[in-house]
Design a binder for this molecule. Structure first.
Ligand code: PLP
Length: 410
């Protein structure tokens, strides 16, 4: 997908009227509000003791510096919208610098929610109308919030026959790019500025911690794991970088299946995923993430959504198997608010059989992502780009992955 439609550029006049008609859409130009960007970043870190069933509290050393098994969580949910405020601001700033996004021109993007919040912020900071394409899984709270923030939100109604909801959203974005003169699509899946946006987050971690032994990140577009991981590996070459994906996601080479969890995982292969950085990948199932989210909330107040639960589960286990002095840092991409009707709703969770058991104390293991399809928490220490597999079993399974219908994927 091209980011700009050069030649067909038509700027949106933010005045005198508040409403400008663009193609067959009507966009509300946002107002410039540069100081808003100062609300993003410098997020706090919180010590989280071992969460796993049966684990007790960390010993109190009497110095305020408890050091048992546990990990540090970087709370990106304290940004106005969540972790994606960072790439939204950065991608838009860079596009403006390059001239790909002209003053007042519309921003068009596909989102499962978090980047939409970030782009709504960026639209107000830089004065651009924002047009977002979501799908029916977008939580009602998010829909209202995005519209309240001035974004125009469209929902696709049918999954793409092979690429699921994600592809359906991308197809609609491509149509909008043709309809809206001068429109710019950040394309978070493939735009290197998505990953580049996280240099500041990495710098904050380096300020917070003199040493990092393991970094645990959820993977969706691959942006934050690539951006943070690259800097942290540069400083600490031996750091263990742990990717956390959803069961049913193709990112690390499993077959694409309909997925309940949003945020982490993908039914496409985003080019921002830095496969070379990962020491291992874990796939987590929705019930396991729900268990961890609720455990976090009831014991530590700070919780979040699917990706926070999945990352917390994996980070807790990672801290338990590394030497006690190892410092494990996990990135929590957002907070709990938008998940009241899913992760934190008993009826929803019962209907999806998400409350039936605590996760196991440790993940199952496979030797290669294509060894078998996984449906619960599983770890794999072989990480490779599924698009670069070539021979034998790999090729057969790669064909299998590519050929599967993806109806219902997010
Ligand atoms: C809540 C949440 N967690 C995790 C991720 C994955 O982050 P990334 O796209 O940087 O891989 C996303 C991406 O949209 C998200 O919204």
């Amino acid at each position: 997908m091209t980011n700009t439609h050069a030649g067909a550029l038509r700027m949106i006049d933010p005045s005198p009227s508040d409403i400008t008609s663009v193609g067959r859409l009507t966009c509300s130009p946002s107002h410039r509000h540069p100081e808003l960007s100062g609300l993003v970043g410098r997020t706090p870190v919180l010590r989280i003791p071992d969460l796993r069933p049966g684990a007790g509290p960390e010993p109190d050393t009497g110095t305020g510096a408890a050091r048992g098994r546990g990990f540090w969580a970087k709370l990106e949910g304290t940004n106005p919208g969540g972790i994606k405020d960072r790439p939204a601001l950065h991608m838009i700033a860079r596009a403006r610098d390059r001239g790909d996004l002209r003053p007042g021109a519309p921003i068009v993007e596909s989102t499962s929610g978090t980047l939409g919040l970030g782009l709504a912020l960026a639209g107000q900071v830089y004065g651009h109308p924002v047009v977002l394409v979501g799908d029916p899984g977008l939580e009602p709270l998010l829909r209202r919030l995005l519209r309240a923030y001035g974004a125009r939100l469209e929902l696709v109604t049918e999954p793409h026959p092979t690429g699921g909801w994600q592809e359906a959203r991308r197809v609609r974005v491509a149509e909008l790019m043709d309809e809206l003169p001068g429109a710019y699509c950040p394309d978070q899946y493939n735009n290197p500025d998505n990953a580049g946006a996280y240099a500041a987050l990495a710098a904050e971690l380096l300020e917070d911690f003199p040493r990092i032994d393991a970094l645990v990140c959820a993977v969706g577009t691959g942006g934050h794991s690539a951006g943070v991981g690259r800097v942290i590996r540069g400083r600490f070459p031996g750091v263990r970088i742990v990717g956390v994906d959803s069961v049913g996601s193709t990112v690390f080479g499993q077959p694409a299946r309909p997925r309940l969890m949003r945020g982490l995982g993908s039914s496409i292969h985003p080019r921002n995923v830095a496969y070379d950085l990962f020491s291992e990948v874990h796939w987590v199932a929705p019930a396991e993430a729900v268990w961890a989210c609720r455990r976090l909330a009831s014991r530590h107040l700070m919780s979040g959504g699917w990706s926070v639960g999945a990352v917390a589960l994996v980070a807790s286990w990672t801290a338990a198997v590394l030497p006690p002095e190892a410092r494990v840092v996990a990135i929590f991409p957002d907070g709990p608010w938008r998940y009241w009707d899913t992760v934190y709703d008993d009826d929803y969770c019962r209907a999806h059989r998400l409350l039936e058991a605590a996760p196991p104390a440790r993940p199952a293991q496979i030797g290669h992502p294509t060894e078998r399809e996984v449906t619960s928490w599983t770890r794999c220490r072989t990480v490779a780009d599924p698009l670069s597999r070539v021979t034998g079993l790999d090729a057969r399974l790669a064909g299998d992955v590519a050929a599967r219908p993806a109806g219902g994927h997010r």
